[in-house]
Design a protein around this ligand. Structure first.
Ligand SMILES: NC(=O)c1ccc[n+]([C@@H]2O[C@H](COP(=O)([O-])OP(=O)(O)OC[C@H]3O[C@@H](n4cnc5c(N)ncnc54)[C@H](O)[C@@H]3O)[C@@H](O)[C@H]2O)c1
Length: 439
């Protein structure tokens, strides 16, 4: 098939590349000329394990290319994926300007029938808006060309995006016309050879499914974070409690990890957008409002612990931070807890030496001008002369560090671990003041 992907970010680039990998011809569009230039020169603009090789292989095979030429990309694909960003608007609702701009471009340039697929995470009713936008643009041109709009939300996780796309748990497709349903069935057949994973449904249910999934996962995290904070005061160990409840098949082990709050480009904005959708319909969405509030507080939890240890005024204090990305295996800094922590430490007059194996460059771009923030080239160098080490992202390389060397580098043997990486009893035995979450 010939496929166009509009928006070549985390989702668009992975989608386009994986579709090319199974034999389709894919043209990816972006409005950011720097991004397209990087891709055309054989680089990739984001960090995603395995993606660079796959992009190269498919470009070399002539199945994958990149462009900023809107008319050419609209002409190319029978299927037009929309994978542009849907950031939060001022009131928390999803800002649809990029989705609707993409729809307008399709309406402006199409000369033959198209199936337009919303892959961006969008509120219920967006497919109708996309349809109306294309129809209005065609009418302006006096053109009468058939098209349909499908909802196909994406469930990939950054850091494991290729694996998730190639071997999906499920593929949700909201479509109402037979031709589009058949096309989507054929498109996804190579990704579900072992058993059928496509769930066909109406468009509105498909749109809501994506928000429901992210909201449920965010809820589990905030629930565990609140429970962890309580466990600290009650003298219980949340890690034991986690195992105790995860073993119940009705609960399961996934997404029960307490920590320094959830971040990233999806959970925070999707929870906000679902609360906003509820508000518009007169539903208070009380659970999700609390989920968000608990998460905001949790992002400050490590600083609260520092303040308890060192006092309100952190002037003259120096701290090391391991991990800046919102989670391991990505360079994505959107809504990362580290941003809140670094800003709060700066506000209190402390200086920071931060280390992240992948996200340092992106971190420099988004918060490099924070007073007192410096970046270290390796994890041990970050520790030199620090009053404490804060662990914010659970990169694998932090799992079994040389604790003697850590102790020798730190000014005081204090570790505030926002991801529960170590055994508290052992760390205490080694002479650390070790504080984790809920233990
Ligand atoms: N990142 C994830 O892990 C993930 C997972 C599932 C779903 N989603 C959803 O997918 C969507 C995209 O997310 P992302 O993380 O890939 O965003 P992103 O910011 O990485 O990429 C979006 C890209 O779209 C481009 N763009 C904007 N307007 C355009 C236009 N009119 N034409 C062409 N290109 C345009 C931007 O320049 C940018 O490169 C969002 O709705 C997000 O919620 C993201």
């Amino acid at each position: 098939m010939k496929i166009t992907v509009v928006g070549s970010g985390y989702v668009g680039l992975v989608t386009g590349t994986c579709l090319a990998e199974v034999g389709n011809h894919v043209l990816c569009l972006d409005v950011d000329p720097a991004k397209i230039a990087t891709l055309q020169q054989g680089g990739i603009p984001i960090y995603e394990p395995g993606l660079e090789d796959m992009v190269r292989r498919n470009v070399a095979a002539g199945r994958l290319s990149f462009s900023t030429d809107i008319a050419a990309t609209v002409a190319f694909g029978e299927i037009q994926f929309i994978a542009v960003g849907t950031p939060p608007d001022e009131d928390g609702s999803a800002d649809l300007q990029y989705v609707l701009a993409a729809a307008r471009n399709i309406g402006l340039h199409m000369t033959e029938p198209k199936v337009v697929v919303d892959k961006s995470t969008v509120p219920v009713g967006t497919a109708d808006k996309v349809k109306a936008q294309i129809a209005a643009t065609l009418a302006e041109r006096g053109a009468d060309i058939a098209f349909s709009v499908v909802s196909n939300p994406e469930f990939l996780k950054e850091g494991a995006a290729i694996e998730d796309f190639m071997k999906p748990d499920r593929i949700v497709v909201g479509a109402e016309d037979e031709r589009a349903i058949e096309l989507m069935r054929r498109l996804y057949a190579p990704f579900q050879r072992n058993h059928d994973r496509i769930l066909f449904m109406d468009v509105r249910s498909a749109e809501l499914t994506k928000y429901a999934a992210n909201a449920m996962l965010a809820t589990r995290i905030s629930f565990m974070n609140e429970l962890a904070n309580l466990a600290e005061d009650l003298g219980a160990d949340i890690e034991l409690v986690r195992r105790g409840i995860g073993s119940d098949p009705r609960i399961g082990y996934h997404f029960l990890y307490p920590g320094a709050g959830y971040g990233g480009s999806c959970f925070p904005k999707d929870v906000k957008a679902l609360v906003a959708s509820g508000r518009e319909q007169g539903h208070a969405m009380r659970v999700l409002t609390a989920v968000e509030e608990a998460n905001e507080a949790q992002k400050r939890r490590l600083v609260d612990k520092l303040v308890k240890r060192f006092g309100e005024d952190l002037q003259g204090r120096h701290f090391a931070i391991w991990g800046l990305a919102f989670k391991p295996n990505t360079d994505d800094m959107r809504e990362a807890s580290s941003r809140v922590i670094v800003a709060e430490l700066a506000r209190r007059g402390a200086t920071v030496a931060a280390y992240d194996p992948v996200a340092a460059e992106e971190a420099r771009r988004v918060m490099g001008d924070t007073p007192g923030l410096g970046f270290a080239d390796d994890m041990m160098a970050a520790l030199q002369g620090a009053d404490a080490l804060l662990i914010v992202t659970e990169w694998k390389m932090f799992r079994a560090p040389d604790f003697d060397a850590i102790k020798a580098s730190l000014k005081q043997p204090v570790i505030i671990d926002g991801r529960n990486m170590y055994d508290p009893a052992w760390l205490r035995e080694l002479g650390f003041d070790y504080q984790a979450i809920g233990r």
